[in-house]
Design a protein around this ligand. Structure first.
Ligand SMILES: [Zn+2]
Length: 114
């Protein structure tokens, strides 16, 4: 049976899919990723602009530290698909959208490295 799985990125704030893309940011030592629609991305940028415009550009510690298995790590979309597919085949409860839970990511990593 042929299957086509379509992943839709929805804004984490309003669940709109209009122009929603992932945005990574770091505050202090913590790195985050959030999916934002155009409107909320603009709101995010507007809220931060007074600080960003005065800040010095720097590589954050979070970005330079060795990547943990956390969701902040940038992942290739095709890999996300592969993980989702693998998780389903292996009986994990996983939604068709949103981030891959850390436990599933770890299980997938452990499986692939074997
Ligand atoms: Zn939104």
């Amino acid at each position: 049976m042929a299957r086509q799985v379509i992943v839709q990125v929805l804004c984490d704030v309003c669940e709109s899919n209009e122009g929603a893309t992932a945005l990574e940011f770091a505050i202090g030592r913590s790195a985050f990723e959030i999916d934002l629609c155009g409107e909320h991305r603009a709101a995010f940028n507007a809220a931060l602009s007074p600080f960003v415009s005065r800040g010095r550009s720097a590589r954050s510690r979070a970005a330079t530290m060795s990547p943990s298995s956390g969701p902040s790590q940038r992942r290739d979309p095709s890999e996300t698909e592969a993980i989702r597919h693998w998780a389903k085949e292996n009986g994990f409860a996983i939604s068709t959208r949103g981030r891959i839970p850390g436990t599933i990511q770890e299980a997938y990593n452990a499986r692939v490295s074997k």
